[in-house]
Design a binder for this molecule. Structure first.
Ligand SMILES: CC(C)(COP(=O)(O)OP(=O)(O)OC[C@H]1O[C@@H](n2cnc3c(N)ncnc32)[C@H](O)[C@@H]1OP(=O)(O)O)[C@@H](O)C(=O)NCCC(=O)NCCS
Length: 166
């Protein structure tokens, strides 16, 4: 599927159930509740992107994020999901870059996300993003397997990209 056949939109609550289904089809992402996806597509819509086919309006990509409550210069990217049919065409990166053009992200100078060591696709995406934005990428532990997950989940590494010149 060509990225040119997609539209990037601010999500609406009616997208929430479809976000739930998309994330379910995108391992290794952790599934959330539909209720959580409804909050993302309502309260956090200004910092989320829905990519839809312009003919059928099918949801093929979604980025959830929010500006840190105590720091308007940092956009936290929670999850990036692209359906298999739309992968490998730059969609994930384009959705994040699109988010940065929003008024809601006008103060943003840093992007944060967390990634487990084994998620190679995610590392590749954020390394590519740091190159495109010509901003440094640093990593450190954010949530530790033993200390924070009680051994039940791999360590999540904080990835910081920035400062981004705008
Ligand atoms: C990860 C994911 C979002 C990538 O979506 P995508 O639209 O195919 O990614 P893009 O085309 O924008 O790729 C961006 C960069 O990452 C690289 N990349 C993407 N998927 C990759 C993979 N599986 N292995 C290695 N590199 C990969 C691309 O080559 C590209 O690098 P480049 O710009 O240097 O050429 C998608 O595969 C997915 O939804 N995976 C399952 C969920 C997940 O792991 N999400 C990320 C965690 S938040």
């Amino acid at each position: 599927m060509s990225v040119n056949k997609l539209v990037f939109k601010k999500p609406v609550p009616e997208d929430g159930a479809n976000v739930y289904e998309l994330v379910k089809k995108c391992p290794p992402l952790d599934g959330n509740s539909v209720y959580c996806n409804l909050l993302q597509t309502s309260h956090f819509a200004d910092t989320c992107v829905a990519a839809k086919r312009n003919d059928t309006q099918e949801l093929v990509g979604f980025v959830s994020g929010y500006v840190l409550p105590n720091d308007s210069s940092t956009l936290f990217i929670w999850q990036v999901a692209v359906s298999e049919s739309a992968r490998g065409e730059g969609l994930a990166k384009k959705m994040i870059v699109n988010l940065l053009t929003r008024e809601s992200c006008s103060d943003v100078k840093f992007i944060h996300t967390t990634i487990t060591k084994s998620n190679q696709a995610s590392w590749a995406l954020f390394r590519s993003l740091s190159k495109e934005l010509e901003a440094d990428l640093t990593e450190s532990i954010q949530f530790d397997q033993e200390l924070h997950f009680n051994g039940q989940h791999d360590t999540e590494f904080l990835v910081e990209i920035g400062p981004i010149s705008r």
